[in-house]
Write a protein that binds this ligand. Sequence first.
Ligand SMILES: [Zn+2]
Length: 367
Amino acid sequence: MPLFASLSRRVPFPRIAAFFPAGCIASGIVLVTTGLLLAGPAALAAPNAHRSSTKTPAGPATIQVGATNYTDARAWFGRLGYRAQKTENTRALVLKGPSDGTLRFEVDSREASLHGLRTFLSEPAILSGSSIFVPTPDIERFLTPMVRPSQFKAPPLRTIVIDAGHGGNDTGARNQTVKFNEKDGSLDVARQLKKLLGQDRWQVLMTRDDDSFVELAERAEFAKRKKADLFVSIHFNAVAKNPGDVRGTETYVLTPQFMRSTSSAKITPDDRKAQPGNKYDAWSAVLGYHMHRELLTGLKTEDRGLKRARFAVLRLADCPAVLVEAAYLTNDTEAKLIATPAYRARIAKALYAAIVAYDATRVAAGR
Ligand SMILES: [Zn+2]
């Protein structure tokens, strides 16, 4: 553990990113997508600004490609007790953890598996020599907090703010077949969750407890005024294309500074801005992990991924925050479920279980 004691104070990525103008990012992506170039003559001839490799006895090897720093995933997680497993696929790295949790990365893919949960890296994993490298910010700010939360200073948990998405004139998504509005489903789940949490252990507040419109910034501001330690925003999902085919649960946490969001095709200048919520990246990741896990367990639904986005409430929240898209209102099968109080109760129970698990993790990390 002392090995990583200073992890939460390290900020390697911003330092690296600050060195490179936007042009380097584009050429970096070429190196990544061509893969083999990394080990080939072209890469060796490239200036150090695009690629450099270091290996010291103190830590795993790192590589810079354009503006992104990558770390040898096997070496990094090896220090956390994860051991590489034999796999038929030479382009995949499967690491088994001390408590049976498995991590999986694949060359040229942003998709990764973390203890059975589907998640997405900020950039695809890359192959260098025979090792698979994963973006360092993902490792340090997203993956490691989830697998070793005890290495990050545990935050308090006294006040929880539940945010029922939409309200008033803003109906959110609407299913025409079932005639059900997102704003009504989110409010009901929020109320059920509040009831489950009670008031004995924590102070539990809601950004709205009726059918009123509340600005996004005001929701985060309310949490700040109340000195919230946790912010949980409840939504239902919508998709325009092939709505009958898209179903399942998505869980969102704030995209860390200098990283692109899951749905973003490439990094942009806006990605360089620090958001207030970025102070809590590590514990937002822990919260997202428990939320996503409990929702999938409780709803037995399709895993659409633990994702990252800069939604206003996540950007502005001054505490660990998560936004859950529990199911798709645009999918008639799921909408019919969402319209039943019993299914909404299952969602609330899953969110409750996640908060309890987050709290237990927090307490264990503080010891
Ligand atoms: Zn919504």
